[in-house]
Structures are given as structure tokens and as C-alpha cells.
Design a protein around this ligand. Structure first.
Ligand code: E4P
Length: 219
């Protein structure tokens, strides 16, 4: 499973890259607003850190004409840009055109299997189903992932990768991985939670203590 970081925080991205856990980056207008930084220069910096892995930069317009122009600006930033478009008629039309021209497109705000089918037919590189936001309204977000993985598996001609989004906890990642979703994007804090296990902490404390008793040094 590829790990994308759902953040524009450069220090967090560098940290994940150093750990070898950064396979791509996703942003959205809310993440950019939170950063307080200028959009295009920030995306350029993110692309440098991402080292050629996909960086999702989202259009702001909702009408096709403006969206298409914005998409052209965004994809010119770097070769590893995945233009992010919403799951609307304008977004799907833009997706089809850009995908036909060889640009990666991430179709976002997916909340149903039917929407995922539309994105695959438009040649999207990624479909972003939002697990956490479905959970928030008492739907089973992970069921959507299972449905999309099943549908895409039935049609091997679709190259669209399932990018599990709105990830809120490690179980979202683990259950999606069990289903075979190719990618997930999560805040770095959630990715780091995968390290945690009390038996690892307890076992390491015992090893450290026992090693000290030997009086030896490896170096
Ligand atoms: C990713 O592409 C999405 O923008 C993101 O995962 C949304 O997450 P949220 O529901 O926590 O805002």
C-alpha cells in the first residue's frame, strides 16, 4: 500500500520522507487555507520534497471552463502533479481530458460506488473515497472502500487506483489494506500511530535494561 501524506506542512513531509514513508502528498483547499501560505509556491516546495512521487493540487473553480484553465496552471508546476478535481460533471469532464493527455488526475469527494465508476471511466489515476466523513454521518466508510475495490477488480481495464482519503485512525489504514486499496492518504500523526504497540514499548524497555546489565558496548 502506498502512503500519501494529507498535509502541506513541510517539516512533517520531510520527516516522513526521512523515514521512507512518503509515497506521495495530497492537499485540498482547506489544507492550503490552514497553511496560510501562497498556493503555487507551496505546491512547488512540496513537489521538491516529494521527490517525483504524486502531489495532488486541487482546482478551486466549480465551472468547467475555469476549472480547465486552473488545471492547466497546476499541471505545469511539475511532472508529478496530480490535478485534483471534485466529483461533479465539470470535474469528470476535466478528468477525462487531462487523463487523455497523460496528466494524473485525482477525483475527490467520492462518497458512493457509482461516483467511483464515473471516475474510472474518465481515466482518473486516483479516486478518493472519504472514509472518515462517511463515518461522521453514521455510514460505514470502509464499506465504500470494499465496494469500490470489488467493482474495479471486476474491470481490469480500469487503471484507477483506490486512494483511501479522510483517514482518521490506523484501523482505517489496516482494514483498507486488507481489502487491497492501493493507496491511502492520512495526516502524518495518523501514519505515525501505526508504530504504536504497548508490547513493543515494554519489550524494548526490557532489552535496554538487560543490555545495560552486560556492561558491554557495540561501538
Ligand atoms: C484527501 O484527499 C482529502 O482531501 C482529505 O483526506 C480529507 O480529509 P478530512 O475529511 O479529514 O478533511
Amino acid at each position: 500500500m502506498k502512503f500519501f501524506a494529507d498535509t502541506s506542512d513541510l517539516d512533517e513531509l520531510k520527516d516522513l520522507a526521512d523515514l521512507g514513508l512518503l509515497d506521495g502528498v495530497t492537499t485540498n483547499p482547506s489544507i492550503i487555507a490552514k497553511s496560510g501560505k501562497e498556493f503555487i509556491p507551496l505546491i512547488k516546495e512540496i513537489c521538491d520534497i516529494a521527490g517525483g512521487t504524486p502531489v495532488s493540487a486541487e482546482v478551486a473553480a466549480t465551472d468547467y471552463e475555469t476549472m480547465r484553465k486552473e488545471a492547466d496552471v497546476l499541471r505545469a508546476i511539475a511532472d508529478n502533479i496530480a490535478v485534483k478535481v471534485p466529483l461533479t460533471e465539470a470535474g469528470i469532464r476535466t478528468c477525462k481530458e487531462l487523463s487523455d493527455e497523460g496528466t494524473m488526475v485525482n477525483v475527490t469527494l467520492c462518497f458512493s460506488p457509482g461516483q467511483a465508476l464515473l471516475a474510472a471511466k474518465a481515466g482518473a489515476a486516483f479516486i478518493s473515497p472519504f472514509v472518515g466523513r462517511l463515518d461522521d454521518i453514521s455510514f460505514q466508510g470502509l464499506e465504500l472502500i470494499a465496494d469500490i475495490v470489488t467493482i474495479y477488480d471486476n474491470y481490469p481495464q480500469y487503471d484507477t487506483e483506490v486512494l483511501v482519503a479522510s483517514v482518521r485512525n490506523p484501523m482505517h489504514i489496516i482494514e483498507s489494506a486488507k481489502m487491497g486499496a492501493q493507496v491511502m492518504t492520512a495526516p502524518p500523526k495518523v501514519i505515525k500511530q501505526l508504530f504504536n504497540h504497548p508490547l513493543t514499548d515494554k519489550g524494548l524497555a526490557a532489552f535496554v535494561e538487560d543490555w545495560a546489565k552486560t556492561g558491554q558496548s557495540i561501538l
